[in-house]
Design a protein around this ligand. Structure first.
Ligand code: ZN
Length: 109
């Protein structure tokens, strides 16, 4: 299982999601297109500045709220596209994410 900080985990997830999205929709080969590369860089910067850091809720719940409107729409499209498709390819990654989401919900109550 992944061992590292929560932010590192989020970075890995977003990197995989954008990579998958770009490969499928923009037909990039190994390297992200300029648009996706900029989105990825932006996402990582947001994570570095995230006020929650390691107490952060899962990205779909939290990350989006601190994004600028145009970037928010971009990352939403990426998640909407990649999440269900990656579930088939990388069940470990997405299931881990879902489980963490459940735990976070329980903690708040
Ligand atoms: Zn792209």
């Amino acid at each position: 299982m992944f061992s590292g900080t929560r932010i590192e985990f989020e970075k890995r997830t977003v990197t995989k999601m954008i990579g998958f999205y770009c490969k499928k929709l923009h037909h990039s080969k190994g390297v992200l297109c300029a648009e996706c590369a900029a989105l990825l860089e932006y996402s990582h910067k947001r994570l570095d500045k995230c006020v929650y850091q390691n107490d952060k809720p899962t990205c779909s719940k939290c990350t989006i709220h601190c994004y600028k409107p145009d970037r928010r729409q971009q990352i939403r499209d990426v998640m909407r596209y990649s999440q269900p498709r990656m579930l088939l390819r990388r069940p470990d990654l997405v299931i881990l994410h879902t489980i963490e989401g459940l735990f976070n919900k329980k903690k708040k109550r």
